[in-house]
Design a protein around this ligand. Structure first.
Ligand SMILES: Nc1nc2c(c(=O)[nH]1)N[C@H]1C(S)=C(S)[C@@H](COP(=O)(O)O)O[C@H]1N2
Ligand SMILES: [Mo]
Length: 250
């Protein structure tokens, strides 16, 4: 047996124990916690291999929802954002930093000048609604390839302009999801500039994932090696405060 295989087998066996041991710090986990923990672990570790990099279904124009509701925050409570908005986001620019070889900053017009992708997809919110919309934006892979990833790069974090009671919204995805062809920074929705309620000037579309992963009002993109130091460490606002699943694959 190769060294690699041995180590991986050990990790596989040890992971649930570590998860329970570290996460629950001494407290005996409830049955619900055990089931949720195991489900989340399976989804994160096994999910990508089962579903691979398959595309989410895409739809025809005729199938687009006449009404695509807005959800979560619909306007960041931040004077700096309001100022950017009043100026049509002409002064907004998106920094790409962290574990990249060439940090960059893109104005909205610069993002629009890069290769684009348009997709008509089904948005699935865990609160029990879904809608089909059309999104245009820059593939995140394009931006990450240009920036160049450092060897220890593992996750991409999206910082948002809005907050809930002072806690900023943020999200993160693994590199494989980041490089997926349908993962785009969208600036256009249903052929019009992305409305503020839907996350202007740019929001994430990560079509193989649930609604809360689709970060709106993006102010920064950061590549990191670990999610430990980000937010409360679970990789997203709702993951931190609501115990939502981080991988959130669909
Ligand atoms: N910055 C930010 N992004 C966010 C949210 C939010 O409140 N703030 N809500 C999330 C949730 S739960 C959903 S379902 C979608 C809603 O996107 P929509 O407003 O375009 O329908 O955005 C996601 N991204
Ligand atoms: Mo949602």
């Amino acid at each position: 047996m190769s060294k690699r295989l041995t180590r991986r087998s050990l990790l596989t066996l040890a992971a649930p124990a570590v998860l329970i041991g570290c996460d629950r710090l001494g407290a005996t986990p409830s049955f619900k916690q055990l089931v949720l923990g195991a489900g989340e672990w399976l989804g994160t570790r096994i999910g990508p291999f089962v579903v691979g990099d398959a595309l989410a279904p895409e739809f025809a124009e005729a199938e687009m929802s006449p009404d695509f509701r807005v959800n979560g925050n619909t306007m960041p409570n931040d004077p700096a954002y309001a100022a950017l908005m009043r100026n049509g986001f002409a002064d907004w620019s998106l920094p790409i930093g962290g574990l990249v070889t060439t940090p960059a900053q893109y104005a909205l017009a610069e993002l629009k000048a890069l290769p684009q992708r348009t997709q008509i997809t089904l948005h699935n919110c865990v609160e029990g609604w879904s809608a089909i919309g059309k999104w245009t934006g820059v593939p995140l892979s394009e931006i990450l390839r240009t920036a160049g990833l450092q060897p220890n790069a593992k996750f991409v974090v999206f910082r948002c302009a809005d907050d809930f009671n002072g806690t900023p919204y943020y999200e993160s995805i693994d590199l494989r999801s980041a490089m997926h062809p349908q993962t785009i920074l969208a600036h256009t929705m249903n052929d019009a500039p992305l409305p503020v309620g839907h996350g202007a000037p740019v929001r994430l579309r990560v079509e193989r994932k649930l609604g809360y992963k689709h970060a709106k009002f993006i102010m920064g993109v950061e590549v990191v090696a670990s999610l430990d130091g980000v937010g409360r460490g679970k990789g997203g606002f709702w993951e931190d405060v609501g115990d939502y699943d981080w991988y959130a694959g669909i």
